[in-house]
Write a protein that binds this ligand. Structure first.
Ligand SMILES: [Zn+2]
Length: 297
């Protein structure tokens, strides 16, 4: 468990067997909350981390989901089994996907291709254990902290970020892409079919206007250099679009675009070659899909 701020911790899911790819945040207090769940395959690692930090089964009160993708929500039903007093908070319009996740799992396995096995699976969440989230809703946690839920579509239509005003900490989900902590590199997460570039840009601007002091990325880590992140994110989104426009008429456009996106990355670390190229292929497919949607009007 890594401490990222007073009362805020990051637990590594060891996604694809690799450190530093996908995490879950713990907001610790009289009542504790998890922000995102990681994939089903990572739940054991996260629970082990929570237990070794002395978090008991009755301590987790809320599980806030930034969105329903399997690397964020896949582990939710397993956490609910382990933490009997916990409830899941999720976008009111996409919560039905979690009550009956079969379609979500099928469409993810199609979209993810080779890397689908790392995302595990997802079991239904009982409706009575879900609390629907609306934009602007404020959650009081243990009477000590309040989190504002911000609808931030673009990466996915039901995406939420959570802002903790006391610490100025923003749990940004995938709204600002992935952070590579040692280089400070940012790359957008742009999966089909829901990625929308204009919405993504607008959501990032809305988040920038909060002037957060700390950005918390499930992929992966924390940074206080918020202004830099917002600039880099916007630049990277524009770069993805302009690269995609160059390849859109090629038969092999997704492969070519994924290779071009890889060129923009810092060198991969050991083991990442089994994950990152697959993620970039998904991102390439999403940007191309978005451009085709715009073209059709
Ligand atoms: Zn996602």
């Amino acid at each position: 468990m890594i401490k990222v701020a007073e009362g805020i911790y990051l637990l590594d899911c060891l996604f694809a067997g690799l450190p530093g790819q996908c995490g879950v945040f713990l907001l610790r207090g009289r009542e504790s909350a998890l922000i995102d769940c990681g994939p089903s395959l990572g739940v054991g690692h996260v629970i082990a981390g929570l237990e070794s930090a002395g978090i008991a089964r009755g301590d987790i009160r809320y599980i806030l989901l930034t969105h329903t993708h399997m690397d964020h929500a896949g582990g939710a039903s397993l956490f609910l089994e382990h933490y009997p007093g916990a409830q899941v908070l999720v976008d009111e319009k996409t919560s039905w996907q979690l009550a009956d996740p079969a379609r979500l799992v099928r469409s993810a396995s199609r979209a993810l291709g080779d890397i689908a096995p790392y995302y595990g699976t997802m079991s239904p969440i009982p409706a009575e254990r879900m609390i629907p989230l609306g934009d602007g809703q404020v959650l009081e946690i243990g009477g000590e902290r309040s989190l504002r839920a911000l609808h931030t579509p673009g990466h996915s239509s039901g995406h939420f970020a959570f802002f903790e005003e006391g610490a100025g900490a923003l749990f940004c989900g995938d709204a600002l892409g992935h952070l590579i902590m040692d280089s400070g590199h940012i790359f957008p997460a742009t999966p089909a079919p829901e990625f929308d570039l204009e919405l993504s840009m607008a959501s990032a601007e809305r988040l920038a206007a909060l002037a957060p002091r700390l950005l918390l990325f499930p992929h992966f880590g924390a940074t206080g250099r918020a202004a830099e992140v917002f600039d880099r994110f916007a630049a990277q989104l524009k770069l993805s679009r302009s690269l995609a426009e160059g390849f859109r008429d090629e038969e092999e456009a997704p492969v070519l675009l994924a290779a071009a996106l890889l060129q923009e990355m810092p060198p991969l670390k050991e083991g990442e070659e089994r994950l990152i190229p697959g993620i970039l292929k998904v991102n390439a497919g999403g940007v191309l899909h978005h451009l085709r949607k715009l073209e059709k009007g």
